[in-house]
Design a protein around this ligand. Sequence first.
Ligand code: AMP
Ligand code: MG
Length: 354
Amino acid sequence: MRRHPRTTVIACIACTAVLALTAGLGGCAADESVTVSREALGTVVTITAYGDDEAQVTAAIDGAFAAIAAVEAGLDAYDPGSAVSAFNQTPYEERDLPADALAVLDAVGRLGVGDAFSPALFGVVGQYSFDSSGTVPDAARLAWAVEAAASFQRVGDGGRFAEETLSIPACDVESYPGLDFGGAAKGLALDRAREALRESGGVAAAIITAGSTTVTLGTKPDGGVWRIGVEDPRDTGRVVAVFALEGEGALSTSGDYQRYFEADGVRYHHILDPASGAPAYGLRSLTVAGTSLSGLDSDILSTALFVRGETDALRYASAHGCALYLVDGEGRARIAPAPDGSGVTVAEEAAPRR
Ligand code: AMP
Ligand code: MG
């Protein structure tokens, strides 16, 4: 996966994991917890798992990290050996996608956000060179790349893709489409890690965080709630809101501060509107959480609702029973609580920096 700027990663982790772990270690009744952090998914992943037998819990955590690595090996578009890279290297050759890719595509369809979440933006994202100095794309080349992405259609039951617009000049390499699951892979990987912990039999409860996405397994053994902090998009060391999950659930944040550069006073960030290829403007960050969401769902939704903007995001959250916390373009915070009894609450800790 692409690496986020180091400072941002550390800040992300500080916000999510510190709160989670403080709450986690605060006196579990019967079970002990084991916490392990490792580099994965372009960030640091931390797993805190509870169980009676420390050796069993530690082995289960190893299994969870192996599950994360398996997802990464399939979906990392920046690893030349991944299944998705093989696809991207010859995008016009019809071939089956790996099952993990199909899981993402199915979830995008089920959540109804295909207008705002596109897994085919590899060529569009690449035009911005976010991981080097940053480049403002040439408008014509960006338009080609957007069209190439839009022409990438899923066809048939086999999950095959076909390119409909065959007029893209073969010499214009940058306008080739390509798959980029960076907006969803973390969530899927954390779901697989959670299942590995559950199936191990030795873990009663756990919280797994990869900074911008967190999933929980079971109910906290001390009877409390899982607490997950959200950082200030303009002061990433500060917690501005805290979500509380009563049991199993997921939370994801998308923001304009995670990968970006500035040129001529404009912030070019990494969450792009598939319709135009331009960064989606209107919000600084959006966090979505729910006890009925998988990590994959929440990861897709935070990206998609960030693209759709405040009004649509609030409407979607209220129709689907999830909780939202967002910071708008002027630094104003807005909370959309989940319905009573849904097991998720969100409270503002501090006003975001303007
Ligand atoms: P996230 O941090 O989960 O919101 O994911 C952002 C990443 O997903 C970006 O760095 C891109 O690789 C990719 N991406 C950007 N815009 C979109 C979009 N509209 N739909 C799907 N993936 C996107
Ligand atoms: Mg996402």
